[in-house]
Design a protein. Structure first.
Length: 158
């Protein structure tokens, strides 16, 4: 099942697809993003199949993905969203309730732009991740997931 959050115009916006089967979590983060950045047009999907259908049918500038979905693994969705070369055309940000560093590392290794645990992530951090992803994905840059791990950025969340 999918729907579009109300209150967004179709011009001058960044369209964000939020795929998460947990209504409470999804509503919380969508509300935070709306407050922080009202220019976002947020499309919501309650499961992986709906998310993939929306992604395939509408222009999207960023995807926020929960790994624990009701119908399929979030990793299946991630792999379908990110080309084999792991150079996504659209940034995928993993935001999961799975508090496991290895899971987050695996998401990054499989093409996620960034990966966060829900209990440790604010709306401001998520907004910054969306903005960074939208401005950097598709450009050729020297930063890689491996270099991010070397810098220890993920360790700050544990």
């Amino acid at each position: 099942m999918a729907f579009m959050s109300p209150g967004f115009s179709s011009t001058g916006t960044t369209t964000v697809l939020f795929i998460d089967g947990n209504d409470q979590d999804r509503h919380y983060f969508v509300d935070r993003l709306r407050i922080i950045s009202p220019e976002y047009r947020i499309l919501e999907a309650l499961d992986g199949q709906a998310g993939l259908a929306i992604y395939g049918s509408r222009p999207v500038q960023c995807v926020i993905l929960e790994l624990d979905l009701p119908d399929m693994s979030g990793f299946e969705v991630l792999i379908k969203l990110v080309p084999v070369a792991r150079r996504p055309n659209v940034p995928v940000i993993v935001l999961t309730r799975l508090h496991n560093k290895e899971v987050l590392n695996l998401a990054i290794a499989n093409g996620a732009q960034q990966a966060f645990c829900k209990p440790l992530t604010s709306g401001d951090v998520l907004d910054q991740a969306v903005r960074k992803g939208v401005t950097t994905v598709g450009k050729v840059f020297k930063d890689t997931p491996e270099k991010r791990h070397e810098k220890g950025w993920l360790d700050s969340f544990f």
